[in-house]
Design a protein around this ligand. Structure first.
Ligand SMILES: Cc1cc2nc3c(=O)[nH]c(=O)nc-3n(C[C@H](O)[C@H](O)[C@H](O)COP(=O)(O)O)c2cc1C
Length: 307
């Protein structure tokens, strides 16, 4: 009997839906036991999010400052043939409950020397979050063998408003007669995720060691090279503002609120200027930077390979 551990934290249920489809073949296989571990923060995060509560979460998210979790439902000494870490992105970082698990006392025991596949479902900015994920996994001695990314169907521009409106209203839309498109990952993409579980099942049954070829050739990730510099730039800003806000007080402290309002303004200006500018400069420089961009795409697409 092969054993797979699936770790998840999803607020609306979208990531869970992606993960159920991703692991469908494993869940249905009589010779595989899948343990689903749903993380439970001791102090639940709201959904939908009040606007200030939403932004007040970023300092801790970008500084990987973990909240407390309820105890896990499994014995950390158990060994698994594969661990699937499903996560969403909060402010270019893994969501805080996932960070808490990976920095918690049991992650090292559960994940050491174990093949791990990461599955992300987010708006469309996951590159920096996956860098943090790689660091957190390396710190506990896990072996990253695959990564799959599912992004919102509205694309970079369309999801800029659609995703925040969704997480702050609880409604996916479309809104305003289609002016704000539907948020979330396209259902077709979610259904198509069954191909990954089928590949994993095949490899597990073959008794082959799970290595970095596990999800290759399946279109597991698409690296939008135009977002690399914008994500890097925005993350730097988030870390700076985050340090300031953390110095002022803990999450929820009233002294953070006025600074948060200034930060929100800064963020909107950055997203409306730096992101399109970054995209434009990247497009103009494409003929000169083809080699470098190909190397970046290969780096961020690893280990599954960018489609
Ligand atoms: C606090 C917060 C911050 C977010 N920041 C990002 C982000 O930086 N990049 C991104 O692509 N998506 C971001 N999202 C969208 C989420 O990654 C995800 O798509 C959405 O919250 C739905 O996930 P769920 O399965 O937990 O409901 C953010 C969502 C929340 C709630």
């Amino acid at each position: 009997m092969k054993k797979v551990l699936l770790i998840e934290f999803s607020q609306s249920g979208q990531l869970s839906e992606v993960l159920r489809s991703f692991s469908r073949a494993l869940l249905d296989a009589p010779d595989v036991r899948v343990h689903i571990e749903t993380l439970r923060p001791r102090q639940p995060y709201p959904f939908p999010w009040p606007i200030l509560r939403f932004f007040d979460t970023f300092p801790e998210a970008v500084h990987l400052d973990p909240p407390q979790l309820e105890p896990l439902s499994l014995d950390a000494r158990e060994r698994f043939d594969l661990v699937i870490v499903g996560y969403t992105v909060w402010f270019l970082s893994p969501s805080l409950p996932i960070t808490a698990f990976l920095k918690g006392p049991q992650a090292a025991e559960l994940l050491r020397d174990t093949p791990v596949v990461t599955v992300v479902a987010c708006r469309d900015m996951w590159l920096m979050a996956q860098e943090r994920m790689k660091e957190l996994l390396a710190a506990v001695g896990a072996r990253l063998v695959g990564h799959a990314a599912f992004t919102d169907e509205a694309g970079t521009a369309g999801s800029f408003l659609a995703t925040p409106v969704w997480v702050m209203s609880g409604k996916k839309g479309p809104h305003l007669g289609g002016l704000i498109p539907r948020a979330g990952v396209h259902p077709e993409k979610i259904r198509g995720a069954v191909r990954f579980g089928a590949r994993i099942l095949e490899r597990l049954r073959a008794g082959a060691a799970l290595d970095e070829s596990l999800l290759r050739g399946l279109g597991a990730v698409h690296v939008n090279e135009r977002l690399i510099s914008s994500e890097t730039f925005i993350r730097r800003g988030l870390r700076l503002w985050g340090s300031l806000l953390r110095a002022l007080g803990p999450q929820g402290a009233w002294v953070r609120k006025p600074v948060l309002l200034v930060y929100i303004l800064w963020l909107v200006v950055m997203i409306l200027t730096v992101v399109p500018l970054g995209v434009l400069v990247k497009a103009l420089l494409t003929p000169l930077t083809r080699k470098r961009v190909a190397a970046q795409k290969a780096y961020f697409g690893a280990p599954s390979g960018s489609a």
